[in-house]
Design a protein around this ligand. Structure first.
Ligand SMILES: Nc1ncnc2c1ncn2[C@@H]1O[C@H](COP(=O)(O)OP(=O)(O)OP(=O)(O)O)[C@@H](O)[C@H]1O
Ligand SMILES: [Mg+2]
Length: 281
């Protein structure tokens, strides 16, 4: 069983939180087939899984195994052919148009490999945009965007447009944007796919930090090292769950329940994530 942790402000350390062990996302016998020119392509087959609040789950699998399809359905971007998806206990099949849009906007934060930032807006405006239909005033949105950019390590870069930021910095803006509406879960598809070794490590460290601060994250990745830093690794093969295993974060949460924040570079190095040669390249 997976244990979830939360920060206990009075004690400043991680403690098991009874409410945090509830399920955020659940699929039951999920199947998805695509139809192309009278041919049916099965992408997900009878897939059942649960993501608990406070987990950092990595989804791995060969190209075409169904990872993006699963993430799209979990994030209400697509509908299953059969089976059910529950988000915070709500059956998504029962929702329509504007209700789904609302859920996508308020309960899910997406991060993609290609960042998807608007080129003519600066970092702060890109984050602010996510909060546009929330009823917050312009100054509240701006203040929250500045706070979120600081959280992801981008203080001082608020006025930079995407082309004035490095790839890793652009991904940080995308992560800040995904966090904007305090979503129930962050869904990330290959968010380190376009990054070099050192930047990949920095972004993974940021995800671990955000998770230790309470953010539930489901992360699709081809990168064994990135997945290895998560709490639970689910491997897909031909649209089914092939295996599940624990990542370093699970071991770290079990071992260092009292450690707040991201693991140190030394810890990550010791876990074999960080390759010094890669960092210097
Ligand atoms: N819109 C679509 N129309 C038809 N077939 C699709 C569509 N999207 C995905 N597929 C098929 O569904 C299967 C699963 O695709 P999916 O994109 O989920 O794989 P993936 O695991 O994310 O792969 P990758 O690692 O390459 O991103 C593949 O066989 C793919 O060809
Ligand atoms: Mg994919």
């Amino acid at each position: 069983m997976t244990t979830s942790f939360a920060v206990d402000p009075s004690r400043g350390r991680f403690v098991e939180h009874p409410q945090m062990s509830e399920v955020v996302l659940k699929t039951e016998n999920l199947s998805k087939s695509y139809s192309v020119k009278h041919k049916t392509i099965p992408a997900l087959k009878d897939l059942s899984l649960e993501i608990k609040r406070g987990e950092l789950v990595a989804i791995m699998g060969h190209s075409g195994s169904g990872k993006t399809t699963l993430l799209s359905i979990l994030g209400c971007l697509d509908k299953p052919t059969s089976g059910s998806v529950y988000l915070d206990g709500v059956n998504l099949a029962a929702l329509h148009g504007s209700q789904l849009t609302k859920i996508r906007r308020n309960k899910i934060g997406f991060v993609f490999q290609s960042f998807n930032l608007l080129p003519y807006l600066n970092a702060r405006e890109n984050v602010e945009l996510a909060m546009e239909s929330t009823g917050m005033s312009k100054s509240e949105r701006s203040a929250r965007a500045t706070e979120l950019l600081a959280l992801v390590g981008l203080s001082g870069r608020e006025e930079h447009r995407p082309q004035q930021l490095s790839a890793g910095e652009q991904q940080r803006v995308a992560i800040a944007r995904a966090l904007a509406n305090k979503p129930s879960v962050i869904l990330a598809d290959e968010l380190t796919g376009n990054l070099d070794g050192k930047t990949k490590y920095e972004i993974t460290k940021l995800l671990v930090k955000l998770n230790l601060d309470g953010t539930t994250i489901v992360l699709v990745t081809h990168d064994q090292k990135v997945a290895g830093e998560s709490e639970r690794v689910i491997r897909l093969a031909s649209g089914r769950i092939k295996s599940e295993g624990k990542g370093n974060l699970a071991k770290r949460k079990e071992k260092h329940g009292s450690v707040k924040g991201a693991p140190t570079p030394e810890e990550i190095k010791a876990d074999g994530f960080y390759d010094a040669d890669e960092a210097s390249s």
